[in-house]
Design a protein around this ligand. Structure first.
Ligand code: ADP
Length: 644
């Protein structure tokens, strides 16, 4: 079926062509027959109606027409038919092919010029047909040539465009004659106008002086050896810019058997620049990697170390093994490692994974490692890449810092206990007062009870006072205990005004005994902090105690002290403690914050330095000022706690 379908169109085409040819031939012969028929009719008409001799010229015309229209075959047919028709219809005896000798001679005389005319006309017709065919062929050939030229122009255009885009020009060089042929892009690369005739001298002129000798040598070698070449050199353009070019050519023989080079010249300035920048950037990163205190590392898909950026004993010996094989804490911290393995299995990145390693009895090294998985373009896992740092020194520092912190806490505690020791008398007094009140109220109560059941109400009131005084004493003891307790720092949210009030209460007696006029100006709004309450108590107590001590020797003016709390312009909490004591000298204004700096015979010189470190650890700051009048002012700031 398919085959039939395949052949049918070509068959029918072939058939149609032969049918057309047959019909055209048939038509030419039919026209010959018809034209002779027409001549017979005309001749008969002239004989019948005009009573003339039949016109032989009529038959000659028909023969001429048949030969002109149909060629030699129809022309000959027309001669034969004209002879027969003439004899049959027009020569006596009419209606018969019999003729006399005279008529036979006439007929022969008629045939000879007719044959001559037919031959001539047919030849002329053939020439006309051949000419027509040639013209048709010429038109087709011209059309074909036009198309080829258009295609050529298009391909030349795209070639020129491609050369411009790739900055690659082409050239031909006939060694024997020195003739050079350049493409437009080659002219552009060398910076010459396309109107000049390119020569080797022009090329050499353009070459950078530093490369000129080498290029000349290469040209000479190429022309003598006639072998393919590929060189790079620099050009120095008229505007003093430099270009880097690469010239490469293939040695071939032209149609005359002469040697010639067919080649290309590429402007590789941009590519070279990019390559240079890439190399510089690579070098830069290599320098970073080599001078960094961290290592850059890479593992394969089985997590074995395959590359490290720096020579180090720890990692050098680890090449080819997985990092956990030299970890010393896998048994101590199995959970940490389990999580890490889970991350690796899930191809997750990890940050600052810390572990301890020991190599061949060497010292313990603490490492902190971060890494990210690497995948190829198809998404297949290739391994991990990342950074590792030796944090041994940092770990030791952290341990030392923790020890220092604990020593500081101990010291602060000791300072508090000492301060409390100094307050013993006033605290004893403070507790004594409620105790004395309790005693007198208890005695009064007993007396009311003795007086009988009617006085139970009064006895009850006495007991209520006892309860109040017990609470007062308990509060004092509670405050002392909280200060004396050695607690771990614990930050809570509270109003700093409460702490100021608490400490002021604790020092009430001390202030009174030293005849100090004490003013408390607390902000009406709450000043909430997130802090360690005991530590802030210690700060406020220290500042107040220092103020009291600074006024102990003052007798010529009123002893006044004030503590104020408010919010400053920055929105932070500001607490100021001001006294009218002896003050401090200008030169001591910073030294007073140094540990162990004291001007007091029994002083430790620790109070202010502890206060400053407590406040700084809370994000605050402590400073001291000399007042314009006598005395000094100490103030500290703390960030206000914003409720979330
Ligand atoms: P100490 O009270 O044991 O000397 P501090 O660190 O509390 O330790 O104080 C250090 C020094 O700062 C004091 O010896 C004193 O000279 C000075 N100083 C502290 N507070 C005041 C103050 N209110 N007025 C004057 N000088 C002060």
């Amino acid at each position: 079926m398919t085959l039939r379908l395949g052949y049918e169109p070509s068959l029918s085409k072939h058939n149609a062509a032969s049918i057309a040819r047959i019909s055209s031939t048939l038509l030419r012969y039919v026209v010959a027959v018809l034209s002779i028929g027409a001549a017979v009719l005309a001749a008969k008409a002239s004989v019948s109606f005009l009573n003339t001799e039949p016109f032989v010229s009529l038959f000659l015309c028909s023969i001429l027409f048949s030969a002109w229209f149909g060629g030699l075959g129809p022309g000959l047919l027309a001669i034969a038919l004209a002879g027969l028709a003439f004899d049959y219809y027009l020569l006596p005896p009419i209606g018969s092919f019999v003729m006399g000798s005279k008529d036979a001679v006439r007929l022969i005389v008629f045939f000879v010029p007719a044959l001559f005319v037919v031959g001539l006309t047919a030849a002329q017709r053939n020439v006309a047909i051949t000419l027509q065919r040639s013209r048709r062929q010429l038109t087709v050939a011209l059309e074909e040539q036009r198309k080829t030229e258009a295609r050529l122009a298009r391909s030349e255009m795209s070639l020129a465009e491609a050369q411009r885009l790739s900055q690659t020009g082409s050239f031909g060089w006939k060694v024997a004659t020195g003739e050079l042929i350049w493409s437009a892009e080659t002219f552009r690369i060398f910076g010459y106008s396309p109107s000049v005739t390119p020569t080797l001298d022009l090329v050499v002129d353009r070459v950078h002086p530093a490369d000129r000798a080498l290029v000349q040598q290469n040209i000479e070698r190429a022309s003598s050896e006639q072998r393919d070449f590929d060189y790079e050199f620099r050009l120095l353009m008229p505007d003093r810019t430099e270009k880097r070019v690469r010239a490469l050519a293939h040695a071939a023989k032209d149609a005359q058997g002469e040697f010639e080079f067919i080649g290309a010249v590429m402007d590789i300035t941009a590519a070279k620049q990019t390559e240079l920048e890439l190399r510089q950037s690579e070098q830069r990163f290599r320098d970073f990697a080599e001078t960094a205190s961290d290592w850059f590392w890479e593992t394969d898909r089985d997590h074995r170390l395959i590359r490290v950026s720096r020579e180090s004993r720890i990692v050098r010996e680890g090449i080819g093994v997985a990092p956990w094989e030299f970890a010393a804490d896998r048994e101590e911290e199995p959970e940490k490692w389990r999580d890490h393995f889970a991350d690796l299995a899930a191809r997750k990145p990890f940050r600052e994974f810390r572990f301890r390693s020991v190599r061949d009895g060497g010292p313990t090294v603490h490492l902190s490692v971060s890494g990210k998985p690497v995948f190829d373009s198809t998404g297949e896992f290739l391994g991990y890449r990342g950074v590792a740092s030796d944090i041994t020194a940092r770990m030791r520092g952290e341990q030392a810092e923790a020890a220092l912190r604990s020593a500081q806490t101990d010291l602060a505690h000791a300072a508090r206990v000492i301060a409390l020791g100094e307050l013993t008398t006033s605290i004893a007094h403070e507790v004594n007062q409620p105790l004395a009140a309790i005693l007198s109220n208890a005695e009064a109560c007993l007396r009311w009870l003795d007086r009988g059941p009617d006085h139970v109400g009064s006895a009850r009131r006495s007991i209520e006072w006892i309860v109040k005084d017990v609470n007062r004493a308990a509060e004092v003891i509670g405050r002392v205990r909280s200060l004396a307790r050695k607690t771990d720092t614990e930050r809570k949210v509270f109003d700093i005004n409460e702490v100021i009030k608490e400490v002021s209460l604790l020092l009430r007696r001390e202030l009174a005994e030293n005849r100090i006029l004490f003013g408390l100006q607390l902000s009406p709004e709450q000043l909430t902090v997130r802090a360690d309450r005991v530590q802030l108590q210690q700060v406020i107590m220290n500042l107040l105690m220092n103020g009291i001590e600074a006024m102990q020797s003052v007798s010529d003016r009123p002893r006044e002290m004030e503590i104020r709390s408010q919010r400053n312009e920055a929105g932070d909490i500001l607490v100021v403690v001001e006294d009218r004591g002896i003050g401090f000298s200008n030169e001591n204004s910073e030294r007073i914050f140094n540990a162990f700096f004291t001007t007091k015979p029994r002083g430790l010189g620790l109070g202010l330095s502890i206060c400053r470190s407590i406040l700084e650890s809370h994000g605050g700051h402590l400073s001291a000022f000399r007042r314009s009048g006598p005395g000094s002012a100490f103030q500290f700031t703390l960030p206000l706690h914003q409720a979330e």
